[in-house]
Design a protein around this ligand. Structure first.
Ligand SMILES: Nc1ncnc2c1ncn2[C@@H]1O[C@H](COP(=O)(O)OP(=O)(O)OP(=O)(O)O)[C@@H](O)[C@H]1O
Ligand SMILES: [Mg+2]
Length: 320
């Protein structure tokens, strides 16, 4: 049985379709939902956690329908929201005790001690949470989410604003929770994290899934080499003539990415095409595809089809 299943899940806010016909099936895995700002990640999480209701379609968590059996759904999941959800005027231990009592846990003190230990917070448990670092606050929220031993945990951007070390620590905990049998549904903007830790990822754009699969499946859909080009100053559109078989992926700031079967052959062709349209190429590099490239290629397609995203539109080379 799938831990989470959605069928045509849709949420409209007035005229805006925030989530548009989502069909996903998630088993005992770490599933990452990736997407640009405003693409519908939090809205999806809010529907799955029963906090808002959908406009159309259905969703189930642990086999329970989110609309018909919301109490059952809530009893099997935990949710750590995008914005911090702890009381900073209480100590870590006090925050935990609030949750443990709320859930009517037997021997709450023992449970709280155990979870503070797991999340490496024991030595600071009696300090006010306002004195905690961002990483410690996030670990405290994770500890709270574990109080009632959920089967499914929803984490909305659990590593936002944390330094690299703190992010790694959070992911190590997420990973070990999954290995203990919990299904993890996580949203993030960090592609490197998703690539390293998620069993599967879905890329959502304008409320629709634009790509779904394991990180390696998604990367293998791109051609074998990625060529990145940094351009100084203004970008001038490039004619696709002579660039057959080279695919424009997208840009991130002044770095433009292309994929090609044979990067070595493509490199001088791309350089020539850019230079002859008046671009000042600062540097070029070649590497294997990453999830970043998949993301760049997957998002923004709708604008492109509508002809809005002018740059991509003008630059568009032959897509496979
Ligand atoms: N309560 C609301 N009323 C109206 N529009 C909303 C509401 N909540 C979200 N939206 C809109 O729905 C769309 C999706 O928002 P959502 O918060 O799900 O995006 P997100 O992918 O989580 O973005 P971010 O990465 O910035 O957290 C956005 O256009 C947002 O403005
Ligand atoms: Mg969000």
């Amino acid at each position: 049985m799938a831990s989470i299943e959605t069928v045509g899940l849709t949420k409209n806010y007035g005229g805006l379709c925030a989530v548009d016909g989502l069909n996903i099936e998630i088993k005992d895995e770490i599933f990452g939902l990736l997407g640009p700002n405003g693409s519908g990640k939090t809205t999806t999480v809010l529907m799955l956690t029963t906090l808002i209701s959908q406009t159309r379609g259905s969703a189930s968590v642990c086999g329970y329908d989110t609309i018909k059996q919301p109490d059952k759904v809530r009893s099997c999941l935990s949710y750590v929201p995008q914005d911090m959800a702890i009381d900073t005027n209480l100590t870590g231990r006090e925050n935990m005790m609030v949750f443990a009592r709320l859930y009517g846990i037997e021997n709450p003190k023992d449970k709280v001690d155990e979870l503070l230990g797991i999340m490496e917070l024991s030595d600071r448990a009696d300090d006010l949470a306002k004195t905690y670092s961002g990483g410690m606050r996030r670990r405290l929220e994770l500890a709270e989410a574990l109080v009632h031993e959920p089967d499914v945990i929803f984490l909305d951007e659990p590593t936002l604003g944390l330094d690299v070390g703190a992010r790694k620590k959070i992911w190590r905990h997420i990973y070990s929770l999954n290995r203990k049998g919990m299904t993890i549904f996580v949203t993030t903007h960090y592609m490197d994290e998703a690539e390293q830790f998620c069993d599967r990822v879905g890329i959502i754009d304008h409320g629709k899934i634009a790509a779904l699969g394991t990180p390696s499946e998604l990367k293998s859909q791109l051609m074998s080499d990625v060529i990145t080009v940094s351009i100084d100053g203004e970008f001038f559109p490039v004619s696709p003539d002579g660039l057959n078989g080279i695919l424009y992926v997208g840009n991130s700031g002044d770095e433009y990415s292309f994929t090609a079967e044979n990067g070595r052959e493509a490199l001088p062709l791309i350089a020539d095409a850019l230079k002859s349209s008046g671009n000042r190429v600062r540097s070029m590099a070649m590497r294997e595809p990453s999830l970043d490239d998949v993301f760049l290629q997957s998002v923004g397609k709708q604008e492109e089809e509508q002809g809005f995203e002018e740059l991509k539109y003008r630059l568009m080379l032959r897509r496979r």
